[in-house]
Design a protein around this ligand. Structure first.
Ligand code: 3PY
Ligand code: ZN
Length: 621
């Protein structure tokens, strides 16, 4: 033990001690640190072994075995990031607009797993494949790898610091632009924050590795995006890609709100804001090919900005939309690696690359390379299958309910929790009804959450939506709906739904507006990176940040665990190898699990490097 090693040391034994006793013997401390880390990791493994979700079949899959055979000692070729550094953001955007090849963003690292696997893919599994992406598909415009829900989920569920993920991916992808999704004033949260938070967040994200910020506002209010846009412009080196959120069907003659004219007026404000790239953000997959053609054509006729199209494949066949957009002159589109594509995720990269190969708009990306990356992602998806939503196929019902891809998978999981697993159509119908009641807003985080909260409530109490709309006072209206009607997220594009809004707000006095920062908080945001990042975690997600700190304290840095072990824990008859440090390996086994005592504690008898080690674990089932 550490103590024994100290006692046995000749200097210690002879009393020849100085304050540098430990400093001169770093191996002693390292030994102890490794030992602590080993114990902590063992605690995690024993805990998951007892408390893993029911029905998780153990699997010995190791996706890393499916990584392409490639020599990583050769440096990654220059790519979009070097072009950005050379040309600057405005020059880069002009170049993008001038090129004939269709530019491609790979969303596998963010939106794809957010929309298919509840954002659960760990940094370890992303970083493992990143150097291959850097070398095999260096033609990519960008890799979307951060923002959206990744920040929250890292802290809340994964025991990971989102900033560490960004820094590691930056290192692993030195040649391709890293892109993030920024929710305007809500940054990566669900409510608006003071401008100082947005400023510090953008500055720190740019410094740590984000090159392209895709900014949106759920209510398409450009004034709400202004602080974020200005913060990105102030970096001088990052790209402000500003999105219009697409909803409805602009070709429908009955559509009076979300018309071509509406989007063009919105785009005009976006262009005036100083954006470098204009994005069409179709979060539910509602943008049909002919509508895409019309919208992209009109945007490119009127403005000089490159147009970047994002869609979700929920109704199936959204590749047709990307191709129509491409024919109309779209400059860039989003796709995901095939095993992580389709349904609520983006269309597949291989289908897009193949569709355009040997045409004028050939992406320049190797179809072979894209295909060679697929087996890895296929196995990653299998490892994370406990987080699948169960949506097995496309659905045309999305044209009616308009649920965004990321939320559709999420709501299905929530439906199971509400006992409505076999009645999901009820939730879909209630979502459509809630959308009408709340004024037909664009539905994307956080407005989509408000509509979803109302849908779940209406479904849970089996309310008649017509009666609810007429008499909200007779119901327990969800808090988020009250806040939304009070203007917490801003004004609605189509105006307020009256008299519903007045009825909901009657007799309530609601304060809307951001909570000002304290002097200390402000000082921390202006301090060094480490202090600033910690303060941002704290301000944006106080409870998940505490959870993250607790996990780190109890279990140490879990990134050393393979995901199979991380999720499933130990299995009898199998020796689990864990490399906790370069060259420091632990071999962990499971002997037996004891009965729970009257306090719910079980003894998990493990072996650590061949020695028996009992671990006491609370059974939380
Ligand atoms: C997010 O805000 O996380 C989204 O993916 C919106 O589409
Ligand atoms: Zn999306």
């Amino acid at each position: 033990s550490f103590l024994q090693a100290v006692l046995d040391d000749p200097d210690f034994a002879s009393g020849n001690l100085s304050t540098s006793f430990i400093d001169e013997r770093p191996d002693l401390l390292r030994g102890r640190a490794s030992k602590d880390r080993g114990t902590k990791i063992l605690n995690w493994l024993a805990d998951v072994t007892v408390n893993k979700p029911n029905g998780v079949p153990l699997t010995l899959l190791n996706p890393a075995e499916k990584l392409p055979k490639l020599d990583l000692s050769t440096p990654a070729p220059a790519g979009s990031r070097q072009r950005l550094q050379l040309l600057g953001p405005a020059g880069f955007a002009a170049d993008l607009r001038a090129q004939t090849a269709l530019a491609v963003t790979d969303t596998t690292f963010r939106d794809a797993h957010q929309s298919l696997l509840a954002t659960r893919v760990r940094t370890r599994d992303l970083v493992a494949v990143a150097p291959y992406v850097a070398r095999m598909t260096p033609e990519l415009l960008s890799v979307e790898a951060w923002g959206g829900a990744t920040y929250d989920v890292a802290l809340r569920f994964l025991g990971e610091d989102p900033w560490e993920r960004l820094a590691s991916l930056r290192e692993a992808l030195p040649n391709i632009n890293l892109q993030m999704l920024l929710r305007g004033r809500n940054t990566v949260g669900y409510t608006p924050y003071p401008t100082e938070v947005t400023d510090a967040f953008v500055r720190e994200a740019a410094r740590t590795g984000v090159d392209i910020f895709r900014i949106f506002d759920a209510l398409n209010d450009v004034s709400q995006m202004r602080p974020a846009i200005d913060a990105v412009l102030a970096t001088g080196s990052s790209i402000a890609e500003v999105a219009l959120c697409y909803t409805g069907d602009l070709l429908d003659p009955a559509e009076k709100l979300y018309t071509l004219d509406y989007y063009l007026r919105l785009a005009e404000q976006i262009v005036e804001s100083g954006a470098h790239i204009l994005a069409i953000k179709d979060m539910a997959g509602l943008l049909r090919p002919a509508a895409a053609e019309k919208l992209v054509t009109a945007l490119r006729e009127r403005f000089d900005l490159p147009v970047h199209v994002h869609t979700h494949d929920t109704p199936g066949g959204q590749l047709a939309t990307l191709l129509a957009a491409s024919r109309a002159g779209a400059d860039a589109v989003d796709v995901a690696s095939a095993p992580m594509a389709g349904t609520t995720s983006q269309p597949s990269a291989s289908s897009l690359v193949a569709a355009l190969a040997h045409t004028e708009r050939d992406t320049g990306i190797s179809l072979q390379a894209v295909c060679d990356l697929e087996p890895y992602w296929e196995d990653v998806r299998r490892v994370y299958h406990p987080f699948e939503s169960g949506l097995r196929a496309p659905t045309g019902r999305v044209y009616k309910h308009e649920i965004p891809g990321g939320q559709l998978s999420n709501l299905r999981t929530q439906a199971v929790a509400l006992g409505l697993a076999d009645d999901f159509e009820l939730i879909e119908d209630m979502y459509a009804a809630a959308n009408d009641i709340l004024g037909r807003v664009p539905k994307v985080t956080p407005s989509s959450k408000v509509v979803g909260d109302l849908a779940l409530y209406l479904a849970a109490v089996r309310a008649d939506p017509v009666d609810f709309a007429e008499n909200p006072g007779n119901y327990d209206v969800p808090d988020s709906v009250i806040g939304f009607m009070a203007g917490e997220l801003g004004d609605l594009p189509g105006g307020w739904p009256e008299p519903f809004r007045s009825k909901v707000l009657a007799g309530r006095s609601i304060h809307v507006g951001v909570t000002e920062l304290t002097q200390d908080e402000r000082a921390a945001l202006g301090s060094d990176s480490i202090t600033c990042q910690a303060m941002l975690n704290q301000l944006l997600f106080p409870a998940p940040t505490r959870q993250f700190e607790q996990i780190r304290e109890l279990f140490g840095d879990l990134s050393v665990l393979d995901t199979v072990d991380y999720l499933n824990g130990l299995q009898q008859g199998i020796e689990h190898a864990v490399e906790i440090d370069k060259g420091v390996r632990l071999y962990v086994g499971l002997e037996a699990i004891g009965e729970a005592d009257d306090k719910g504690m079980r003894t998990v008898m493990t072996t650590l490097n061949g020695q028996l080690r009992p671990v006491f674990v609370r059974d939380r089932s």
